[in-house]
Design a protein around this ligand. Structure first.
Ligand code: FAD
Length: 405
């Protein structure tokens, strides 16, 4: 096993990802070009490759780069989605893919820390999640306030009514995961280039750094850049919002905030939703506010943390994690959500451009679903199999009213 893994790793390192990345594209032909090496594009390219197609994956700046939505440190994976069972099923279908990739990667991609959902009262979302987990046969523990306080005394739970705990899920190391998918894709024969892509004259035409290329199909998985690539189609259908994230140093003298002792968490405390992670791999205890921020430009937006954001996170730490209230912040990040009107993904053909496809609308919850989203997109491209109507372009509204949580 050890030898096999070393051989795979060596092959991975030797795979000329960087070297070939800027190579010219002349004289090559591809069945499918996938534009965007975020989590959606990378998994789509990999699924297309698995189905025997010659695939070119292109990104303007690199897999999981600093400004990409997939470029963060960590992302929660969970099957808890209230009444939106379709996402529970997609998260469940994606988890074995993540685990398999994590198993062969040189460093872990998935930490099975579990995910804790805190509620100040019994709400429909919690009831529906319990029901969905029962019918899907997915473990979900219900804890009352006393049980919660016993199990995780490092969290203040006096104002909570109860919690749900999903033990099978946890944290994905986001940027590393995307790099790993691309590395694997290249190792298996997929082509990967750094280039800026623009739609060409017809649906199957794409211009890469100005050079025209015709493929069998082109998938645009451009995340928060989709409205720039297709302003007329998506300028008022994808709402890009500024999201602030902070990491905080846990107390030195104990390990109560490590992934072995504390889960990923989402706090539905009746007001704003906050979420975070234990101290994964020493990066710091992560905390963020899930409320959609101001409109944001992924190219020019200011990625410095706001004073208001710091104050809100400090206040939530003081309320929920008193041991962390005065600990120093170790890092801030500003990323963006690329929201569809209601939070449903976009997986569809591109209206008016035969052979071109649109993929995006991750809406702050897309990462975990990457493997299944990629499989669905590949099935649409290769078999014409349309996924659920919720993922269609026609279902994307021009009003920003979040429904999927
Ligand atoms: C702060 C934050 C927290 C989140 N938390 C979670 C979570 O806990 N769980 C979860 O499941 N999800 C979470 N998400 C959502 C998730 O990260 C996103 O939905 C997902 O990463 C979107 O992936 P993507 O591939 O669509 O976009 P991206 O990762 O942005 O990838 C798009 C890529 O397209 C490339 N591109 C764009 N235009 C062009 C062009 N013209 N030519 C070439 N390349 C181009 C870009 O360079 C980029 O690399 C979170 C997001 C944020 C910001």
């Amino acid at each position: 096993m050890r030898t096999t893994r070393r051989r795979i790793l060596t092959a991975g390192l030797a795979a000329p990802v960087a070297a070939c990345a800027h190579a010219p594209m002349t004289g090559e032909s591809f069945d499918v070009v996938v534009v965007g090496a975020g989590v959606f594009g990378a998994w789509t390219a990999e699924h297309l490759r698995r189905r025997g197609r010659r695939v070119l994956l292109v990104d303007q700046a690199g897999a999981g780069h600093a400004r990409a939505s997939s470029g963060g440190e960590s992302r929660l994976t969970r099957a808890t989605y209230g009444a939106d069972r379709i996402y529970s099923e997609m998260a469940l279908a994606s988890l074995p893919e993540w685990k398999a990739l994590s198993h062969t990667a040189s460093l872990p991609l998935f930490h099975q820390a579990g995910v804790l959902f805190c509620f100040s009262e019994m709400v429909e979302y919690a009831r529906q999640s319990i029901e969905a987990h029962r019918s899907l046969g997915v473990p979900l523990e219900e804890l009352d306030r006393a049980a919660l306080a016993r199990r995780w005394p490092q969290m203040a739970s006096d104002d909570l009514a109860f919690a749900l705990f999903e033990p099978d899920f946890g944290a994905l190391m986001a940027r590393r995961s995307v790099e790993e998918i691309v590395r694997y894709f290249v190792m298996q024969g997929g082509a990967y280039r750094i280039a800026h892509a623009q739609p060409g004259g017809e649906g199957r035409d794409v211009r890469l750094n100005g050079v025209a290329l015709r493929a069998g199909a082109v998938v645009y998985a451009c995340g928060p850049w989709l409205p720039k690539v297709f302003p007329e189609l998506l300028g008022d259908r994808i709402f890009v919002t500024r999201q602030e994230v902070a990491f905080i140093a846990p107390p030195d003298e104990n390990d109560r905030f490590e992934a072995t002792s504390f889960p990923g968490w989402i706090d539905f405390n009746g007001g704003d939703v906050y979420y975070g992670f234990p101290n994964l791999e020493g990066r710091g205890f992560k905390i963020a506010r899930d409320t959609h921020g101001a409109p944001f430009d992924p190219d020019t937006g200011d990625r410095r943390m706001s004073a208001e954001g710091v104050a809100l996170l400090r206040a939530h730490l003081a309320r929920r994690f008193p041991l962390l209230a005065d600990r120093p912040f170790t890092e801030f990040r500003v990323c963006q959500y690329e929201n569809s009107g209601n939070g449903d993904f976009l997986i569809d053909g591109c209206p008016g451009r035969e052979g071109a496809f649109l993929l995006g609308g991750g809406s702050g919850h897309g990462f975990k679903h990457g493997p299944e989203v990629g499989r669905l997109m590949a099935a649409l491209v290769l078999d014409g199999a349309a996924p659920d109507a919720r993922f269609s372009y026609a279902a994307k509204g021009a009003v920003h009213r979040r429904e999927v949580l």
